[in-house]
Structures are given as C-alpha cells and as structure tokens.
Write a protein that binds this ligand. Structure first.
Ligand SMILES: Nc1ncnc2c1ncn2[C@@H]1O[C@H](COP(=O)(O)OP(=O)(O)O)[C@@H](O)[C@H]1O
Ligand SMILES: [Mg+2]
Length: 245
C-alpha cells in the first residue's frame, strides 16, 4: 500500500469513521471488515465491481441493513445500532441505488416525504429548487412520469430535504445518458461546495474520481486500495480494472 497506510488506521476524530465493519445477508458475508473514513467537507468515492458490497456498505451506514460487527462513528457517536430514523436525525441521509422515488406521488409530495423526519421550511424548498429548477417547474407532476435523469435529481433533492450533514449517494449515474451524467455530477459538486459532505458509490469510476477528493476501492467486501482521486486515476490497477484502459 503506497503512502496511504494512514487511511486504514482508525481516526478517532474523523467526521465518519467506519472500522472493521461486517455485514451480510443470511449465510452470505458481504462486508468482511471494512474500514474507511470521510472528513467534513470531502467528497469520497467508493469504487468497485458489481457485487463488491458498495450498496451494502451504504445501507449499513444508514441503518437499513444491520451491522454484524464493527463500528460506524459519526461525529463521535457510534451509530451502528441506531434505527434508520435516528440516523437521519443525526444528519446521515441516503439517496439509494435505483432512485426509489414514489412514482404515484407528485414531485412536491416526494420532496415532502424527504423532509418528514426533520421538518422543512421555505429555505429547504429554495435550496432544492435553485439546484434543480426542473423540479420546481414539475412540482405537480407524478414522480413516475419524470425522465430517468429527473428522477435521479428528485432522489437527490428528496435526500437534501432532510438537511443532511453527510449525503450518501448510491450510483447516481446508473442508466443515464452521458450528458445527464455530467449534469448530475455538476450538481453533486455544487452541493458539496455549499457545505454538504458526500460519500459517493459509483461504477462510473472516472466520473466519481473526477468529482471526489479521495477514493476507496472495494473488492469482494474488503478495501484493497485508497488514495487521493488524482493518484487513483493514475494507478495502473485502477486504470485496468475500473477505467477500462
Ligand atoms: N437483499 C439481499 N439479499 C441477499 N443478498 C444480497 C442482498 N443485497 C445484496 N446481496 C448480495 O450481496 C453482495 C453485495 O451486493 P451489493 O452490496 O449490492 O454490491 P454492489 O453495490 O457493490 O454491486 C452481492 O453478492 C449481492 O448479490
Ligand atoms: Mg450497488
């Protein structure tokens, strides 16, 4: 491991510190002791092949999937055994893989659902409508009638309505046309510049590393590589396995 051994060491003061996390489904052990950290203000990317355990990592951090062992320390508190609701209250909010918007609710109702844990005010609406003007225009339209890119925007906007301190994004580019992917990633950077820390799961490694400050590579439930995005983009291992070079 080059120059970055420290990334594998527990940082007690990190914003999010995951240590030795194990999780799975029935007899299937998916996460085999994952350790990673996210600092306040960062975009951190989690890369890996299909089935590596990326979504499981995010779902375990946000409490949808139980941790079997290990720690998930967020702002000094172990949130590993809290309910999803309690984790949202602390400011950790996910936009899940596959968007999972409510197709039969309007755009506005979808956004209200996002705000139900923490409540909402005019500033929350302003914030999402500045980032996503298309959603402002379509407030009364049913979620299911939006294009794929608009549904992804709605999923991110819905997460923002919970006022996340740490936003977890699972495959925001999945199934979207290249132009739409570029737009989504511009918005991700805007959200980060406005102060929200982002932990991003992506199969589109190039887009993810272009946006992120640092990255981790997950392989069959274990972190095998971590570095700055610039160095990961140059690493022959990443180029061969994840950038198709
Ligand atoms: N709900 C589930 N029940 C059983 N197995 C699952 C479930 N979700 C994911 N898996 C399995 O866990 C492994 C990791 O999946 P996942 O975390 O979704 O990977 P990734 O997001 O990296 O593609 C895969 O082998 C997948 O088939
Ligand atoms: Mg996944």
């Amino acid at each position: 491991m080059p120059d970055n051994d420290s990334s594998f060491i527990t940082h007690p003061s990190a914003f999010l510190q995951v240590s030795g996390l194990r999780a799975g489904y029935g007899p299937l052990q998916v996460l085999k002791g994952v350790s990673l950290r996210v600092e306040r203000g960062e975009i951190v990317a989690l890369l890996g092949a299909n089935g590596a355990g990326k979504s499981t990592t995010l779902m375990t951090v946000c409490g949808v999937n139980p941790a079997r062992s290990g720690q998930i320390i967020f702002e000094g508190e172990d949130i590993a055994n809290l309910s999803p609701h309690e984790i949202v209250e602390r400011g950790v909010v996910q936009a899940p893989e596959g968007r999972r918007i409510f197709p039969r609710l309007t755009v506005r109702e979808n956004l209200e659902m996002g705000a139900y844990v923490r409540g909402h005010d005019a500033a929350d609406w302003d914030r999402v409508f500045v980032l996503f003007p298309v959603l402002k225009d379509r407030q009364k339209q049913l979620g299911g009638t939006l294009s794929g890119g608009e549904q992804q925007m709605l999923a991110i906007a819905r997460a923002l309505m919970s006022r996340p301190k740490l936003l977890l994004l699972d495959e925001p580019s999945l199934g979207l046309a290249p132009m739409v992917v570029l737009r989504i990633f511009e918005i991700i950077r805007d959200i980060n510049r406005a102060g929200t820390t982002i932990f991003l799961v992506e199969q589109n490694a190039r887009m993810a590393l272009t946006a992120a400050h640092r990255g981790y590579v997950l392989q069959t439930g274990e972190i095998v590589l971590t570095d700055t995005s610039a160095r990961l983009l140059e690493s022959s291992e990443v180029r061969k396995a994840y950038l198709g070079e």
